[in-house]
Design a protein around this ligand. Structure first.
Ligand SMILES: *Cc1c(COP(=O)(O)O)cnc(C)c1O
Length: 390
């Protein structure tokens, strides 16, 4: 008999009733160090007093009004994102996959309005993940996600990650946009080298195509810059955000330049919930805490510390781990055994990690994790590795 919750997830037998900082607690009192943060979502940890304050203050005023009216909290958050990024304008969604939908629509409309109606192709790369809507699975093209759900939205060109020759051959007069994660998340914490991001920017400029960065996972301070592409010194035309931007409250956003967004006039897109007062009250607080040099340099320092300790862990367990990868607090342990087994052993030891493709276990802790919790996390992972070596 089917379960009352649609069984699309193979859930771990863990059930948390409370969180505090980087820790999660089960009803019986067992505690787990959360190095997954709900898949890079709880940017400021659990039960953060600032976020609780922002959410409850708004909850006592007004929850929802719809986008038929002015929403001061949404206006304030859009201003903050524009002030702190390449973007001139922002649309708010409730999730990453909705951000993908708008990014795709926006890119096609841009070319359509220029009379370039055949420019509908969007180039994506193997290992990418842009969400689970029909548009986003078509963008990914991965067999695992699309099988049985056809016919798929046409117009996506799937290339091998890192295949420069194929890319050069694929970009042309039909290319509407290149869509890429500056650091692949689900794909296994695979950073795109700065030189390649620069190369993509140049290619798009030459071909008259738009560049879309999916920073749903790698953005909002995760790599030690507000947005990961800042490391490469290039900017996209369109950027997708979600996950950390709401700190656990459902919120996403599409950021764009004035030019890229020029086709999105009144009536071309909408969302009932997107950018509602509750979500934006939280988003504003997240931006206030994260979008400054002091906070981001701490993310870098902690990322460096964590990485250094993880190198030691890998050296101590050469049969379990192969290497450390990633940037800031978006780290991955490349494993020599099935990552699911490492994650499971972590649960037994009291530490939460997240599996990814390419035999990688992801470490995506709250960005405000303490040094002591980083120490403890590595100790718990060490315990897990020892148990695996049995
Ligand atoms: C999680 C994720 C998405 C999809 O976000 P949802 O909120 O689950 O729809 C899109 N892109 C990337 C890079 C992601 O990590």
């Amino acid at each position: 008999m089917i379960t009352s919750v649609l069984p699309t997830y193979a859930r771990a037998p863990l059930s948390f009733v409370r969180g505090e900082g980087s820790w999660l607690f089960e009803a019986g009192g067992d505690r787990y160090l959360d190095l997954g943060a709900g898949i890079a979502v709880n940017a400021l940890g659990h039960a953060n007093p600032d976020l609780i304050g922002a959410l409850t203050a708004q909850a006592n005023k007004v929850w929802h009004v719809s986008n038929l009216y002015q929403i001061p909290e949404q206006q304030a958050l859009a201003d903050k994102l524009v002030d702190n990024s390449f973007a001139d304008t922002v649309f708010f969604t409730n999730s990453g996959t909705e951000a993908a939908e708008l990014a795709i629509k926006m890119a096609r409309k841009y070319h359509y309005d220029r009379g370039d109606k055949d420019r509908i192709e969007i180039i994506t790369f193997s290992g990418c993940f842009h969400g689970r809507s029909t548009g986003a699975i078509a963008a990914s093209g991965s067999e695992k996600m699309v099988k049985g759900f056809g016919p798929l939205m046409p117009g996506f060109v799937h290339l091998e990650f890192g295949d420069h020759e194929a890319l050069k051959a694929a970009v042309g007069p039909k290319t509407a946009a290149i869509l890429i994660e500056p650091v692949q998340g689900e794909g296994g914490i695979r950073p795109v080298p700065d030189q390649c991001l620069k190369g993509l920017r140049d290619m798009c400029d030459e071909a008259g195509a738009l560049l879309i960065f999916d920073e749903v996972q790698c953005g909002m301070g995760r790599t030690g810059k507000l947005f990961a592409h800042e490391w490469a010194g290039v900017t996209p035309d369109i950027l997708m955000s979600a996950k950390g931007i709401g700190g656990g409250f459902p919120l996403g956003a599409v950021l764009a330049t004035e030019s890229a967004a020029s086709g999105m006039v009144v009536g071309t897109h909408g969302s009932t919930y997107g950018g509602n007062p509750l979500a934006c009250a939280v988003g504003n607080k997240i931006m206030d805490v994260i979008a400054n040099d002091a906070f981001l340099s701490e993310v870098n320092r902690k990322g460096g510390l964590f990485r250094q300790k993880l190198e030691g862990l890998v050296a101590a367990h050469p049969d379990v781990f192969e290497s450390v990868r990633g940037e800031g607090l978006m780290l991955g342990l490349k494993c020599k055994i099935a990552p699911a087994d490492v994650v499971k052993a972590g649960y037994d030891a009291g530490v939460i990690t997240v599996p990814a493709a390419d035999n990688v276990v992801r470490l995506l802790p709250p960005l405000n994790i303490t040094d002591a919790d980083i120490d403890e996390g590595v100790a718990l992972l060490d315990q897990a590795a020892k148990a695996l070596e049995g």
